[in-house]
Write a protein that binds this ligand. Structure first.
Ligand SMILES: [Fe+2]
Ligand SMILES: [Fe+2]
Length: 276
């Protein structure tokens, strides 16, 4: 059998419904990509048709965010609901990372771009599994609760705009993860939920890299097209992201990931504090 191209691998992940099967394929293909890179015989990127929406398991039921029941974060049920929401985000992130490869394969990119995207997809797959282990410890599982239906919207909105995808997904949505994860870690630390604390700490550390890859390749494309990155970022986020960005921002981690304050503050619904 001819060797699969990276785009074919991506479509295979996207069209696999079960979360554990999807993440297993994702991790196996990532290992194949990096083994081939190390051997000096990189896989072809190739072409394959990405589905408009990835396959998903029959459960969880996907609901409008307004209809997803809110639970008190301090209660055991609230902690399960929070972990369930994180698992859902991570599974979406697996698909978001693989989707970009076949979707924009017609745009020539250096191999380092694919290294970054495949590495992130692999890490998202690990994150999903880590959080599923936490749910299991609490006698729950991914699919036990309803989940947010709007997660794929950013992908659909930017289905034909590569720079728009980079602006909205890693540089807005994943950057938001950097803002909210420390608070979640505190909440689980107070509950002495050691496994959840350790898992979220791994996620937090690795997500800085995902935002950084987004910023790096967004700047690369701006350079290629002779565009001002900050202006371009503002234009694309206003075009594709619905609503304002919400402070407080994790300015330190955002800086580490290559996102300076003048990128995100002008898109916020508040002004930066005056004591700066
Ligand atoms: Fe993640
Ligand atoms: Fe991520």
């Amino acid at each position: 059998m001819a060797e699969m191209t990276l785009s074919e691998m991506a479509v295979d992940v996207l069209t696999t419904a079960d979360g554990f099967e999807k993440t297993k394929k994702s991790r196996d293909y990532a290992a194949q990509w990096f083994a081939a890179r190390e051997a000096g015989t990189p896989l072809n990127i190739g072409r394959a048709d990405a589905p408009l929406r990835p396959s998903r398991p029959a459960k969880p039921e996907l609901l409008d965010p307004r209809d997803v029941p809110k639970r008190k974060p301090g209660s055991p049920q609230g902690r399960i609901a929070l972990l369930h929401a994180v698992a859902h985000i991570e599974l979406n992130a697996v698909d978001l990372h693989w989707d970009i490869i076949p979707r924009f394969a017609h745009i020539e990119m250096p191999l380092g771009f694919y290294d970054d995207w495949v590495k992130s997809a692999d890490e998202e797959s690990k994150h999903f599994n880590l959080i599923c282990d936490c749910l299991k410890e609490l006698d729950s599982f991914y699919g036990a609760l309803p989940a947010h239906a709007g997660m794929w919207r950013a992908a659909e909105d930017t289905v034909d705009d590569f720079m728009g995808r980079l602006a909205v997904v890693p540089m807005v949505l994943e950057a938001r993860g950097l803002d909210v994860t420390p608070g979640m870690i505190d909440l689980f630390r107070k509950a002495k939920a050691d496994r959840a604390v350790a898992s979220l700490e791994t996620i937090y550390a690795e997500e800085v890299g995902h935002v950084a890859y987004g910023s790096k390749w967004f700047h690369f494309l701006c350079g290629r097209h002779n565009l001002d990155p900050k202006e371009q970022f503002h234009t694309l986020v206003r075009k594709y992201f619905h609503g304002a960005l919400k402070p407080p921002f994790n300015e330190e981690k955002r800086a580490e990931a290559g996102l300076p304050p003048d990128f995100y503050w002008p898109l916020a619904d508040q002004h930066p504090p005056r004591t700066r």
